[in-house]
Write a protein that binds this ligand. Sequence first.
Ligand code: NAP
Length: 294
Amino acid sequence: MTKERLMTGKTKLLGVIGHPVEHSLSPAMHNAAIAHLGLDYVYLPFPIAPHNLEIAIAGFAAIDVVGFSVTIPHKQAIMPLLSEITPLAQAIGAVNTVSRQNNQWVGTNTDIEGFIAPLQTTYQQDWSQKVVVILGNGGAARAVVAGCHQLGFAKIHVVGRNVQRLQEFANSWNNSPISENLQVHQWEELPKLIPQANLLVNTTPIGMYPKVNESPLSVEEIANLPKGAIAYDLIYIPKPTQFLEQAEKQGAIAINGLEMLVQQGVAALKIWLQQETVPVEVMRQTLQNHLGLG
Ligand code: NAP
């Protein structure tokens, strides 16, 4: 239940910057949490065109914005405008959360925390002998690679379709300890990788609404996934995706992208409010309602 609340002369500002930003689910999720906590904050959508980014961030400082989320197309472009960037965000090369600390902008990336949260809470185990196979080498794959490294995976295999982008992806980790466990592969190598996977992650948009009948893998390919492996799809609508449905039929454990979305928001709100307790269930339920999954 959300409580009624009013803005006051002291209302503090949070928000999300993006272009476009009107489809963002973050305002609904964060405002529900703020209302539940009875705090005098508001979280607003800020549509900011790329050429206005610098001036907008200067304006945010002038009006004492407490913090903001960053979405497409600003996740990399914001980095030179910040005073500090956490090592995690530096490793990924993207910032999704900014907070004002000691009159300076500090950037971090909570997608890693969002990604690993359901793995840690539901399947507590030692990952140090485990193998992960990651489909896709875009922005989300970077957070997944960093998250798997943080969990201690023995081998991190990333599979992509474009040789040049795949090589750039591999090279981008050259100065990081992550490169020791990371290998990139072309899509044709999947038949030899899938039987080794303890965790198989889809970071491609294949299977996302409205193309709900598509899957990044054929039934034959997924049939080689070991029993008891975890199949994790970053997509949160539909629930489940074709990919997860097929994997579950093979005896795999399925995780969909909704919890990652919830937990990256939870981690951001904790930073802005500087408190450890935020109403996770309210945030989850709000997202489910907005996605028609409620
Ligand atoms: P992105 O940067 O555009 O990356 C997409 C990746 O998928 C690229 O490597 C792309 O390959 C690959 N790909 C796209 N279509 C493909 C196809 N038909 N066959 C093979 N590979 C294909 O996007 P992103 O930001 O990483 O997001 C990816 C997905 O994750 C989206 O569905 C997004 O909604 C989801 N996501 C979920 C969360 C969450 O909180 N649950 C967070 C972030 C993202 P190329 O490089 O060759 O184009």
